[in-house]
Each structure stands twice: as C-alpha cells, then as structure tokens.
Design a protein around this ligand. Structure first.
Ligand SMILES: *Cc1c(COP(=O)(O)O)cnc(C)c1O
Length: 360
C-alpha cells in the first residue's frame, strides 16, 4: 500500500531525495565517508553548504545584500533572536496577531520590548486575515512581524503588507518556497526546515545586511546574527546533515520547475481538498474564511465532530496518515507541503467524497 503522509512537521520529503540520500549515505561522491562524518570545515562539506546556499538564492531570487544563515533552535529561537537583534535601541515592535504561532512570537517578544499588536483576528477565533487598512502601524516601530501561514489555524496571507521603511519580518516556517515572494520587500525571513525544506534541526534566516551588527553588548554570542553571518554559519558546528538534505531538496525543486511550478501544483492540490469540503453539503466544515484559506495546511471537521475519529481511522487503513488535527483545534488537518504529491491529495480528496457519501 502506498503511504501518504499529511503530517504538519516534521513532514513528508520528496521520495527521490530520500532515495538519493540513501544511495549516498555510506559513501558521498567517492569520499568513502558519509556526509554525517565530515568535518564542517573540510572542502567537501563547505562545498555542500555553499551549493545549498547558491541554490536557495536562485530559487528565491535572494538579492546580494541579504545574508542567508543556516542556524539551529527552530522558529522558537527566532522568536527571541529577532527582538534581540532588530530592536536596535528602539523600545517597541509591531506584531500582527493571526493565531497560535503569531501569539507565541508575541509572547516571547514581550520579554524584550513593548509589543504593539497592530491587528488581531482573535474576535473571530483566528479564522481570517485582518484587513490591511485597519492595521494600526507605528512608524517608529523597530520592525513589523507577521506569520505568512498559520500552520495550526490553516490561514495564509495571499498578499504582502506594504509597511514603508519599517523592516518587515516574516515567519515563513510553513510556506517558504511554496509560492514566490519578493525577498526585497522583507527585512528578515525565517523558517524552520521541517515543513517545506528538509529534516528538523535546521533553521533558515534570510536577513538584510544593514539590519545586523546592532545587537546590544552582553547578548550571548550564539544569539547574534552578525557572528553567524561573519562565519558563514560555521561559528559553531552547524547541523551538517540537515543542511545537506535541504540542499538535495533545493536541487529537487530546481529540477521540477522551481518555486513557480511548486505554486501551480500547490494551488491545484489545495483546490482538490477545499472543493471536497465545499461539495459535501455541510458534512465537512473548514473554519477559515474562504479568501484566507491556507494552501499548505487544510483544517476541517465532520459535522459536529461526530465522525472525526472514524474518519482518521478509516483514512489510515487506506494509507492516508497523520491527519489528526492539532490538539488545540481538534478535527483533521491535511498538511500538503511541496513534497506532497498531487496523487496523494487526489487519494485523500476521493476518500473524503466517499466517506461523506456513506456517513452524510
Ligand atoms: C512549526 C512552526 C514554528 C516553530 O518551529 P520550531 O522549529 O518547532 O521551533 C514557528 N512558526 C510556524 C509558523 C510554524 O509552523
């Protein structure tokens, strides 16, 4: 039976990437060594890391005046590194509250500065993206932080806020590389690798050069972007194997039409699931407002939640795995990142149709 893995993260990886990693596991390019065993300062691994960075720069069109950092500590460490590095003497930062991940970023930032919540969707249970014209931006804020895709709530910005001269900071953990972004509109982009990039343990930071080097004295060395930038992300031992795997995923993306093609397929995949929900005569319900539905994470419940447990059980029997919703929201959630095939989503959509017929 073919298994399709709809996990939210760590998540599915392209099958051919895993196969390549398997082939190269014991002996990378006739070195007689696994990538895991290589010195991060040797020419072989330095080459792997440089290639991964070059491929990412090409895929995202990252301008020259941006640094690409391969860090650790996940999105969570960025919740504190961002205020610590980007406040630059200012006392407040703007945050958009769109759900669970935005709230975590806000709570952490409150330890370091005044957080101005410019907009919130808490009035409607985090089910929509707040309209830009109602945002209460502060032109003296150190930066504006928002979450491009709320992995738990299943809502996604399909536009980029225009915030003028204040640097825009984006948590792209769950939709980076799934759609094109004009990097030059951002001061800083960050993403844990385990959703759309590769295995857990690697965190990507893309940061405009003028924003680094302003950390307050006394900041722990490992928290300072400048240190990592000056040492090409090799100040300490980086997560070498995760960087290698991310590099294989970037090459897979390049072979398969890059970000533009990923986006096309992602649109088609998301449509299949939302159509299955909308065509079910109310048997399935997605709590997110239609315009703001995520292409990456599709949350839904059966009528009153009555058939959720059975849905999950029967889906598993068909090889449709990890569909249980986040513990905070319940129901189901299908995460359909770049590496989830159209075929996998078709299998889920047709199961949804059948199940609704039987139970509805
Ligand atoms: C998963 C996730 C995080 C947290 O990532 P960790 O690597 O677990 O720290 C942060 N933000 C978003 C949007 C996420 O999806």
């Amino acid at each position: 039976m073919t298994i399709f893995n709809f996990a939210a993260g760590p998540a599915v990886l392209p099958h051919e990437v895993l196969q390549q990693a398997q082939e190269e596991l014991l002996d990378w390019h006739d070195t007689g060594m696994s990538v895991m065993e290589m010195s991060h300062r040797g020419k072989d691994f330095m080459g792997i890391a440089a290639q991964a960075e070059a491929d990412l720069r090409e895929l995202m069109g990252i301008p020259k005046n941006y640094k690409v950092l391969f860090l650790q500590g996940g999105g969570h460490l960025q919740f504190s590194m961002i205020p610590l590095n980007l406040l630059r003497g200012k006392l407040s930062a703007d945050y958009v509250n769109t759900g669970e991940w935005a709230k975590k970023a806000i709570d952490e930032a409150k330890k370091f500065c005044y957080v101005n919540e410019v907009a919130s969707n808490a009035d409607k249970n985090a089910s929509y993206v707040p309209e830009f014209k109602r945002w209460k931006l502060d032109k003296n804020a150190a930066y504006v932080h928002y979450t491009t895709n709320e992995t738990i709530g299943g809502l996604e910005f399909n536009w980029v806020p225009e915030v003028g001269n204040v640097p825009l900071v984006a948590d792209m953990s769950s939709n980076i590389l799934s759609r094109p972004y004009d990097v030059s509109k951002f001061g800083l982009i960050y993403a844990g690798a385990q959703k759309n990039i590769g295995p857990a343990g690697l965190t990507l930071v893309i940061v405009r050069e003028d924003l680094i080097g302003h950390a307050p004295s006394g900041l722990p060395t490992m928290m300072d972007y400048k240190i990592h930038a000056d040492h090409d992300s090799m100040y300490n031992t980086p997560p070498t194997y995760a960087i290698y795997m991310a590099g294989l995923v970037f090459q897979w993306m390049k072979r398969n039409g890059g970000v533009a093609k990923m986006e096309q397929t992602n649109i088609a995949k998301a449509k299949l699931l939302y159509d299955a929900i909308d065509a079910s005569n109310g048997f399935y319900h997605c709590p997110v407002s239609k315009a703001d539905r995520s292409r990456m994470n599709v949350p839904f419940i059966t009528k009153g939640g009555a058939h959720d447990a059975e849905f999950i059980k029967q889906a598993e029997a068909r090889g449709l795995m990890q569909l249980k919703g986040h513990r905070l929201v319940g129901g189901m959630r299908a995460s359909i990142y770049n590496a989830m095939s159209l075929e996998g989503v078709q299998a889920l959509a047709s199961f949804m149709g059948e199940f609704a017929q039987r139970k509805g």
